[in-house]
Design a protein around this ligand. Structure first.
Ligand code: C5J
Length: 222
């Protein structure tokens, strides 16, 4: 596969698709559907739906082109031994991490709410990274997987823009990856945080990475 040029801000950039992975952050029922972790924190979860179709278009194209596709899920072991007390203690006790909810125990691995939404469900063979924190590199095998595959560039999609997407992009940037965040494939419960989260990435000549869109990426790779 040849190198392609992606229109992005603050600059367009040329990437080798063989060294590029698509990473889809935390498109889980717990964040996107009513009754999950996102809603227990007082959020309007319908605000994240806008990212699903653009994400799906990029996911389909990435699969067609044979790009490495990696999915992540935020969540904890059923005994919560990997959940810091400071994280669990937040919020109303009956709605905290590990409490029972309509989609099973909140943010617990193996529960229905922890799973990825059907529209973006991982295909056979696509790695799924289970992460206990906001960043996808923290206490996971992500970096090892990327290094073993010779990946240098990440197309980043998912939720939420200012939390797990931003944290992962910052972690990746420090590890030397070029991160291209697809603005319409990300979403936040707070539109102003979505905008600020993207602005922070591309400011100062692209201090953490680049911001592009599904349309630009599809035009370049498909
Ligand atoms: C949050 C995430 N917002 N995936 N997690 O707690 O962004």
């Amino acid at each position: 596969m040849a190198s392609v040029t992606i229109e992005a801000e603050p600059t367009s950039l040329a990437i080798d698709l063989q060294k590029t992975a698509l990473i889809i952050i935390d498109m889980q029922r717990d964040f996107l559907e009513p009754g999950g972790f996102g809603e227990t924190l007082g959020n309007d979860v319908s605000r994240l739906a806008v990212a699903v179709e653009p994400c799906r278009a990029v996911l389909d194209a990435a699969r067609r082109k044979g790009l490495l596709v990696i999915h992540t899920r935020e969540g904890h072991r059923p005994d919560l031994s990997d959940a810091p007390p400071a994280k669990v203690e937040r919020g109303i006790p009956s709605l905290r991490i590990g409490a029972p909810g309509p989609m099973g125990r909140i943010l617990v691995r193996g529960e229905p709410g922890h799973d990825i939404i059907p529209a973006l469900y991982p295909a056979e063979g696509e790695p799924v990274i289970d992460k206990p924190g906001k960043g996808a590199f923290y206490q996971t095998e992500l970096e090892l997987m990327l290094r073993n595959r010779g990946i240098e560039n990440l197309l980043v999609c998912g939720v939420t823009t200012e939390v797990c997407v931003n944290t992962t992009v910052r972690e990746a940037n420090d590890r030397g990856y070029r991160c291209i965040v697809l603005s319409d494939c990300c979403a936040s419960y707070f539109p102003e945080f979505h905008a600020a989260g993207l602005a922070m990435i591309k400011a100062q000549g692209g201090i953490f990475g680049w911001v592009s869109s599904s349309k630009a990426v599809l035009a370049a790779i498909d």
